[in-house]
Design a protein around this ligand. Structure first.
Ligand code: URA
Ligand code: CA
Length: 411
């Protein structure tokens, strides 16, 4: 086999065999294929696509590049969820405890933030003492006893996805649907929960730009799941505006607690939707009935209790969670309707104050970020509080353009 032939075939729109994909991708992992040739192949795939049998083959090659945990062999009612990445997406921190409260078991591996979207691991690292490097045995033990356990991705599982994802990130090949589908599903299947929910984010700031792409991705994810005997459901959610009022690591942890205490806001409804979908899949319940149980998990305080139990079991000291001391209030400069709160702009401001990495070697300040006081559709009067900015550097220069992500339609 010859890598140039493989690249040329894909460039000409010919579908590749399992063996050809394996030769190219495993060759890259084993450093026999250089990154410029892998980049060319990824670009050809991004432009010409892959059919379902190629997508299934690539998923399998990703899975077989590392260990498989087979979680569902050890844990009953095992569930997993994944979001394709969003701004202020604190859903996992609410859904995990809700699932635990309803008798499901979530053993989850999460990533760090990519670009300006924050990762669940970064958020939890804001809790002093939190151990997010669990071994397979610890992950399984905690998921079975507590009901929710979370660990950072290790390179034991799908190491091939890790190197390919990093290359896609810098070669303009992140938005290929078959590459997204095989990347996500290989990680889910290598871990091995029985019931898997994928939250597909759609919007300007998201990988998936429109509804029809989201529906196509959804079909691919489900078909891959079926071929591995996994139940896969998807939900499609708008990512043009931040999901949570909080953007920033410790702030998002606090907001997850507020929602678990019953605060009704977009994050609450998204978490209920996710947890109800997982319950409905796991128990074969009607979706509307599942919604009632999911809301009850919060109402009764059980999900909140599970959150604290989860933090404690991984060594976290929630009482020591710290927010930055300097809080800058930002008020409306005119009266009117909040026409738009742009997710990307909000994330950029959070990044500017230090909540996420702009460059690879930046460090994250867990205690900083934004807390929105308004949502799209609200009416404000001039001088009303729009948001609070939490900073550690009181001399940080913030200008009007930093806040242009909030568009007020004046009268
Ligand atoms: N999330 C992933 O894990 N992989 C992708 O390719 C996109 C989103
Ligand atoms: Ca998430």
């Amino acid at each position: 086999m010859n890598i140039l032939d493989i690249i040329t075939r894909k460039k000409n729109g010919i579908s590749l065999s399992y063996d050809e994909l394996e030769y190219a991708f495993n060759g890259y992992l084993n450093k026999k294929i250089p990154s410029y040739q892998m980049s060319a192949l990824l670009m050809a795939i991004t432009i010409n696509g892959m059919n379902m049998s190629e997508t299934l083959a690539l998923t399998d090659i990703f899975i077989k590049s590392g260990e498989e945990y087979h979680i569902s062999d050890y844990i009953n009612n095992s569930v997993d969820k994944h979001s394709t990445g969003g701004v202020g997406d604190t859903t996992t921190l609410v859904v995990g405890p809700m699932c635990a409260a309803m008798g499901m078991h979530m053993a989850k591996m999460s990533g760090r933030g990519l670009g300006i979207t924050g990762g669940t691991i970064d958020k939890l690292e804001s809790i002093p003492g939190m151990n997010l490097k669990l071994t397979k045995d610890e992950l399984i033990e905690k998921a079975s006893t507590v009901g929710f356990a979370l660990s950072a991705q290790t390179s034991e599982l799908t190491p091939l996805d890790k190197v390919v994802y990093a290359l896609r990130d810098v070669t303009g090949t992140t938005e290929s649907l078959p590459l997204i589908a095989s990347s996500i599903m290989s990680k889910k299947i290598a871990l091995g929960a029985e019931n898997i929910l994928i939250d597909i984010k759609v919007g300007d700031g998201a990988l998936v730009k429109n509804q029809s792409q989201a529906e196509e991705l959804s079909r691919m994810l489900k078909e891959i799941g079926t071929s591995y005997n996994k139940k896969v459901e998807t939900i499609i959610s708008d990512m043009n505006t931040p999901l949570s009022y909080a953007i920033g690591n410790a702030l998002e942890v606090k907001e997850a607690i507020n929602v678990l205490k019953g605060k009704k806001c977009p994050l609450y409804y998204k978490a209920v939707e996710c947890a109800a979908n997982l319950l409905s899949m796991t128990r074969g319940l009607d979706y509307n009935e599942s919604i009632i149980y999911a809301e009850k998990a919060i109402e009764t305080g059980k999900a909140l209790e599970k959150f604290y139990e989860f933090v404690k079991s991984q060594g976290g000291r929630i009482d020591e969670l710290e927010l930055a001391e300097n809080v800058i209030p930002i008020n409306a400069n005119k009266s009117g309707k909040i026409k738009k709160i742009d997710a990307l702009g909000a994330a950029k401001l959070a990044a500017k104050v230090g909540a996420s990495k702009m460059k690879l070697d930046d460090t994250i300040d867990y205690s900083v970020g934004l807390y929105l006081n308004v949502k799209e559709g609200d009416y404000v009067k001039e001088g009303d509080l729009l948001l609070k900015v939490y900073v550690n550097n009181p001399n940080i220069e913030l200008t009007n353009s930093d806040f242009s992500f909030i568009d007020i339609e004046g009268e």
